[in-house]
Every structure is written in C-alpha cells, then in structure tokens.
Design a protein around this ligand. Structure first.
Ligand SMILES: *Cc1c(COP(=O)(O)O)cnc(C)c1O
Length: 423
C-alpha cells in the first residue's frame, strides 16, 4: 500500500482545531465564512484558460459535477479529520460506496463482504454487482478466519463495516487488512457508525474509508451526502468513475456539511457519553433482554472494541422482551425519541430494524444476522442524558413482558446467535 502523508501542514493539530481551520486557506475571500458558489459552471478568461481548466481533473472552477470551491473545501476538511491524503464528496453515502466499489471491481472479479451491512450496501452486493459478472462471498464479520477462507485469486476487494448496522457487530480491522493485503486485494470500510473520532481505519492498514456524511458529519438531519477517503491516487481513480455516475454533491449541501463539521468533534464526544450512559441504564432494565453497545463489558467483542476504537459512538441496539409487540410498545411510548430512519443527528432517532430490513430480508434471514423481532436501534442524540434515560424508563414501563410464547421463541434464537458469537 502507498505511504500515507498528511496533505496539509496542520497534521499536529487536534480534531477540534482542524474542524474549524483545516479548510480556511481555501477560502479566497475575506468573508469569515466561505460563500456558497451556487453555480453550475465557471467562466474562463480565454480559450487557453478554458483548455487548462478542462484538462485538470477535479479543477474547482470548471463545472460543478467535476468539482466546486465548496466541494474542495469540505473535501479538505474531511481528509484532514480522517487522516487521509485525499477525500471525495458525493451526493449520498450510497453514491460514495457505489463509486468506490465500481472503481475497484471488473467483470470476473470477486468481492469478500460481510453478512451484516447497511441495507443499501446489501443491495449493491446482492443485486447490482452480480449483473456485471462480479461474484460476492459474504462472511461472518466476527471471524477473521472466514475472510481468509473466502479469498480467491480474483478477489479484488474486501468490504467491511464495523460496527455494523444495526446490531453493532465488529470486524477485526488490522487482521482483515493483513489478510487482504496478503492476497493483493484492496480494503474498503464503512466507518459511518464510528466516525474518525472513534476509529482510524487508515492507521490500521485499511486502504479506503467511506461514510454516509448524512449522519454524524452533517449531524443535523438536514442533508444527504457521502464521502470517500484514501490516497490521492485511489481517490483520483474513484473520481474518474464518480463523474460518470454523476452523483455529485450540490454546493449548498457541501456548505451545510462544512457548517455541520465545525462542531463535529464536540458533538461526537457527547454522543459517546450519552450512548454509554443510556446503554448502561438499559442493560439493567427488567424489560430488556440484551443491549448491543461495543462500550459495554457485556458486548461479546468488547475486548476488540477496546483495541481498535478510541470510544464507542452514539449507536446502540437493544432487544426488548416480548418480541415485536414489546419493540412496538417501546417505540410508540417514547416522547423524546423520534421515530425516523437515519442516525447521527442531534435528536435521538429510533427504528425497528426488522421493519426497516423487511424490503430485502425475510424475518428468518433477518434473525440469522441478529435482527430479532424485538430489536430496536437507537441513535442516541444530544438531549440531556438524564432526560433521555427518564424517557426510555417511562416507555419501557408499559412494555408487557409476559408474552411467554414469543418470548421463549426469541430467547432461543438469541441464544443460538450468541453462542455463534463466542467461537
Ligand atoms: C445511511 C448509511 C449509509 C447510506 O448513506 P446515504 O447517505 O443514506 O446514502 C451507508 N452506511 C451506513 C452505515 C449508513 O448508516
């Protein structure tokens, strides 16, 4: 793998300072906040000048699908936060992973991925890639030896997600990076849940990182965006395909994303604290069967989490007693938790994953990857944590835990899942 060097002279600064200053030199105006370049195109002074702009990949002032000053600013900021040479922003997280994957594979290539991924990523692996002659092997992310066994001579890409959506399983990142490298395959991680504040995959040997910037980077449930980070060479190669796919981020959304990133480090610290406190409360609640949060001692991969994460993020899943009825009761009775898709925002967001995944997984397929009828995913927001805990406490008070039949059934399934997790 190519050596990574910092692409700015700020590398000694903390994330808090970088989030505020890393892109400042790219603002060529005297406005403290860079203006929004809400324009499709940029005028040249001469045919020679036009030829120069057209000929330079990612020229920031040529045509906004190629790049734009607002895109360049936020890309610089994101690269510095992730500790990468370069970044590329896209119109969504799916735009990022699709551009990256399609840049790495070709007809006849093989991809190793996980059984547990974000739903859109599962669609890409199961529906899109096979149509272009790309084969995919999905493995249990908790077992590095399954990655090793799945590698073939034509494996070009190992795609991982850790912690994975929605049940917070982890991948041993240094181990998988090493396996992929030994087989000359590139590694790509979805680092959306952890963020670079809590997990630094490039420092563990992973080649490329992507994010749904819709989530913690934007942070306010008001934009859709994606980002890919890695070496300048790889990002350039992905950009060549990205301009063809055309999922370009608009200047205003790039500007909003920059605005969100100014407070990103302090938001993530508070998300981390709130999630740990809520996870500890939920874990001892009699209406809860299990809490999945990598920061809890009870998480089956807590040791791995301690090794490869700095802190454990704002996402947790739990399993309510009483199956789907219990989950629905909890979700209905929350007063602060907002019943909405997405995550990583200032407000606490709560979803029923079995419903969310129902498009492409049967209930049995869902249970096979840990999505139980009683599972509830919580994106812990920035509310006062005592008040959040009180809200969950009152909502759980109404959960009937006496449904013996469905409880016994899902307890047995949960046990068989967990026994798998330990070997
Ligand atoms: C939301 C999400 C995505 C997809 O991102 P979009 O911005 O919705 O396209 C990918 N991975 C994870 C883990 C996500 O949460």
């Amino acid at each position: 793998m190519a050596k990574r060097s910092r692409n700015n002279n700020h590398s000694a600064l903390s994330a808090d300072t970088l989030a505020i200053h890393a892109d400042r030199h790219l603002n060529t105006t005297s406005a403290v906040v860079a203006p929004i370049f809400q324009t499709a195109n940029f005028a040249s002074t001469s045919p020679e000048d036009f030829a120069e702009r057209a000929g330079q990949p990612r020229h920031p002032e040529f045509y906004t699908r190629y790049s734009n000053p607002n895109l360049q600013q936020v890309e610089h900021l994101l690269a510095s936060l992730e500790g990468a040479e370069a970044a590329l922003v896209t119109a969504s997280g799916m735009g990022a992973v699709t551009a990256a994957v399609l840049s790495i594979v070709h007809a006849g290539a093989h991809v190793v991925a996980q059984t547990n991924h974000y739903g859109g990523t599962l669609n890409l692996l199961r529906d899109l890639l096979p149509r272009f002659g790309v084969t995919v092997t999905q493995v249990d992310q908790r077992k590095p030896e399954e990655f090793e066994r799945a590698m073939k001579p034509n494996t070009k890409l190992v795609l991982v997600e850790s912690p994975s959506n929605p049940v917070m399983r982890l991948t041993d990142l240094p181990a998988v990076a090493k396996i992929a490298k030994a087989h000359n395959a590139l590694t790509l991680i979805d680092n959306t849940f952890a963020t670079p504040l809590n997990q630094r995959p490039l420092e563990m040997g992973i080649d490329l990182v992507f994010h749904s910037a819709t989530k913690y980077f934007g942070g306010h449930s008001d934009l859709i965006a994606g980002a890919i980070m890695g070496t300048t060479e790889l990002i350039q190669k992905i950009w060549e395909n990205h301009v063809i796919i055309g999922a370009a981020l608009g200047p205003f959304d790039a500007w909003l994303l920059t605005r969100g990133l100014r407070t990103f480090p302090m938001r993530v610290r508070q998300h981390n604290q709130n999630a740990l406190a809520l996870a500890k409360f939920l874990e001892q609640h009699p209406a809860i069967k299990e809490v999945q949060y990598p920061g809890l001692d009870s998480h089956p991969q807590h040791e791995l989490a301690r090794r490869q994460m700095k802190d454990y993020g704002g996402m947790l899943s739990l399993e309510v007693k009483g199956g789907a009825d219990g989950a629905y009761q909890l979700i209905s009775n929350l007063k602060l938790g907002v019943r909405a898709a997405s995550l990583g925002a200032v407000e606490t967001l709560v979803v029923h994953p079995a419903s969310n995944f129902a498009h492409y997984l049967t209930p049995e397929q869902g249970m096979a990857i840990g999505i139980m009828p009683g599972s509830v995913r919580v994106s812990v927001g920035l509310e006062a944590v005592e008040e959040l805990i009180a809200d969950f406490d009152q909502a759980l008070g109404s959960v009937k835990t006496s449904k013996k039949g469905s409880q016994a059934h899902s307890a047995a399934s949960a046990r068989s899942q967990r026994s798998g997790a330990h070997d």
